[in-house]
Design a protein around this ligand. Structure first.
Ligand code: PLP
Length: 469
C-alpha cells in the first residue's frame, strides 16, 4: 500500500508537506530494509532484536534497549512536518493514543514472529488488552450495510475464552443484533461450512482453546472461509508464535492476549492483532485488505482509543525475547504433569493436545512445531503450557482439590511463569451461564492448570498430595 493511501485530504497544500512526504518515503524504505534483513534471521534473533538495530540505537543515545517513550506526544520541526505526520504521509508517531515508538518496536517484532518461516508479510497493532485486540480485530467487519441488508452473522467456535464468548454473545449478539452462529465441534468441518452464508461477516476460532484445549484444522477452515470471500480470525494466545503460526496455515488475522505467555512474567496487560497483508475480505476496500492492521491502527483504533501503554509495551517486549525457550521448557513440564494426571485414579479426564488419544492430538501434532526445532535443531512438536483436568466426584470434589494447593496459585490467569489454576465454570466462564458453558464444553468439575517455570517434580508433588488424599 502506498504511504498516501490512508492520508486525509489537505485543505491548503503547502510545498513543505510534499518535501516531508518525500523524507517519509525514505524513512519507510529504510524501515522496510530493516524488516527484510530481520526476515532472514532465526526466531530467537528476531525475538531479541526486532527491527531495533544499531542505527536506531545511535539515534537513541546509544541505548541497546528500545526507548520507552512515556511522552503523550511528539514534537515536530515545523507545521509542515506536523501536518504531513498527522496525515499519515510519513512514518511518525504524533500522539501515543495513535502510535508510539515503544509500541512500534513491539508491533514489528510480533509481525515478524507470526510470519516466521513463511513467505507472508504482516503488520501488527497492539491494544490495551487481549479483549481490546479481539474487539478491534472483529468490529470493523460488522459495519452497517444499510437497512435493506439482511441480518449479519458471524461464525464462531464455541470453544473459546469466556470473555470472547461474552463479547460475541452479549455485545455483538444481544446489543447489536448480530446472529452468532456457534460451532460446537470445531473439528467437524461440515459444522463450519453449513452455517456460513452471504450474510456472514467473519469466521473465528481459538486454538488450542481455553479451557477445552480444542483444536481445529486451520488450513481447512481457512479454505471454507476463503471460498466465501471471508477472513478467518484465530486467537492463538495459548500457543504463541513460538509453537503455532496460523497465518502460515491460511488464517488472515491472529489475535493474542499479550497478558499471557508472551508477557509471561505478568507485569502488564496487553493484546495484539497481527494481520497478513492482502487478506481475504471481498467486502473490504483495497486499503483495508492491503494492510488491515495498519488501517485498524491509524483509523478505527485511533477513534476508539484502546491502545497499549508504552510502559506495558516495554514490559511485554522484554518478556518476548526468550519466548521460544520458555515455551519449549514449559511445554516439557506440562507434558510431564499431563501424563501424571492422566494416570491418576482420582482424575476422570485430562485435556491436553500433546497426549496421544486426545481428539486434537493429530491436528496439534501436524500444526504445532517449536520454531527452529529442539536444542539439536531437529523438528519438534510442542503443545504448550495449558491443560485442564476433570476430577471424579464433580464440582465439589474439584473445589476441595483446588482449595488445598500449596504451590499452584489459585487465580484467573494463565501463561504465567508461576503455575496457576482456576475452575473455569466459576471464574473465566462463569458469566456465560450454564447454557453457554454447555455450548463451550466447560464442565463444573474441571480445573484448568497453567504450568509455569517450576520444576515438574514440585508441581506433581503438589498435585499428588491433594489427589492422593
Ligand atoms: N484470549 C484468550 C485465549 C484468553 O485466555 C484471554 C484471557 O484469559 C483473552 C483472550 C483476553 O485477554 P485479556 O485478559 O488480556 O483481555
Amino acid at each position: 500500500m502506498s504511504i498516501d493511501a490512508l492520508a486525509a485530504p489537505t485543505l491548503d497544500p503547502s510545498p513543505g508537506v510534499d518535501r516531508w512526504a518525500a523524507v517519509g518515503e525514505d524513512l519507510a524504505a529504510a524501515e522496510e530494509a530493516r524488516r527484510a534483513r530481520m526476515r532472514r534471521m532465526r526466531f530467537d534473533t528476531i525475538a531479541v532484536h526486532g527491527v531495533y538495530d544499531m542505527a536506531a540505537a545511535l539515534d537513541n543515545q546509544g541505548s541497546i534497549l528500545e526507548p520507552t517513550y512515556l511522552s503523550p506526544a511528539q514534537h515536530f520541526v515545523d507545521s509542515d512536518q506536523l501536518e504531513t505526520a498527522l496525515a499519515y504521509r510519513m512514518p511518525a508517531w504524533g500522539y501515543t493514543r495513535i502510535a508510539n515508538p515503544t509500541l512500534h518496536y513491539l508491533e514489528e517484532t510480533l509481525a515478524l514472529l507470526e510470519t516466521y518461516g513463511t513467505r507472508l508479510t504482516a503488520s501488527a497493532h497492539v491494544a490495551a488488552s487481549g479483549m481490546a485486540a479481539i474487539h478491534i480485530a472483529t468490529s470493523p467487519f460488522l459495519a452497517d450495510r444499510g437497512s435493506s441488508a439482511p441480518r449479519p452473522n458471524i461464525v464462531v467456535s464455541a470453544k473459546c475464552y469466556g470473555g470472547t464468548f461474552m463479547l460475541f454473545s452479549e455485545r455483538y449478539g444481544r446489543e447489536r443484533g448480530i446472529d452468532i452462529r456457534w460451532v460446537t465441534d470445531p473439528m467437524d468441518l461440515a459444522a463450519w461450512d453449513c452455517v456460513i452464508d452471504e450474510s456472514t461477516r467473519f469466521v473465528y476460532g481459538e486454538l488450542p482453546s481455553n479451557p477445552a484445549l480444542a483444536m481445529f484444522d486451520t488450513a481447512a477452515v481457512a479454505e471454507i472461509a476463503h471460498a466465501r470471500g471471508l477472513p478467518l480470525i484465530v486467537d492463538s494466545t495459548v500457543a504463541t508464535p513460538a509453537l503455532l503460526r496460523p497465518l502460515g496455515l491460511g488464517a488472515d488475522i491472529v489475535v493474542h492476549s499479550l497478558s499471557k505467555a508472551i508477557g509471561g512474567s505478568g507485569l502488564a496487560i496487553g493484546g495484539a492483532l497481527i494481520a497478513r497483508h492482502d487478506l481475504v475480505w471481498v467486502a473490504g476496500t483495497d486499503e483495508q485488505r492491503a494492510d488491515f492492521a495498519r488501517w485498524v491502527k491509524l483509523l478505527p483504533a485511533r477513534d476508539h482509543g484502546g491502545g497499549l501503554a508504552p510502559l506495558s509495551a516495554m514490559a511485554i517486549l522484554s518478556d518476548l525475547r526468550d519466548l521460544r525457550l520458555r515455551m519449549d521448557a514449559w511445554s516439557a513440564t506440562t507434558l510431564a504433569v499431563a501424563r501424571f494426571l492422566d494416570g491418576h485414579p482420582a482424575v476422570e479426564s485430562v485435556a491436553y493436545p500433546g497426549l496421544p488419544g486426545q481428539p486434537g492430538y493429530d491436528l496439534a501434532t501436524r500444526d504445532m512445531w517449536l520454531a527452529d526445532g529442539d536444542a539439536t535443531g531437529r523438528p519438534a512438536n510442542r503443545y504448550g503450557s495449558l491443560l485442564a483436568f476433570t476430577v471424579r466426584g464433580g464440582a465439589l470434589a474439584a473445589r476441595r482439590i483446588f482449595d488445598r494447593f500449596e504451590l499452584i496459585w489459585r487465580a484467573t490467569d494463565l501463561g504465567r511463569v508461576k503455575s496457576v489454576a482456576t475452575i473455569p465454570a466459576i471464574s473465566t466462564h462463569q458469566q456465560q451461564g450454564e447454557e453457554g458453558r454447555a455450548l463451550a464444553a466447560v464442565p463444573s468439575g474441571q480445573i484448568r492448570l497453567s504450568v509455569g517455570g517450576e520444576h515438574a517434580d514440585d508441581l506433581i508433588a503438589d498435585l499428588a498430595r491433594v489427589l492422593d488424599d
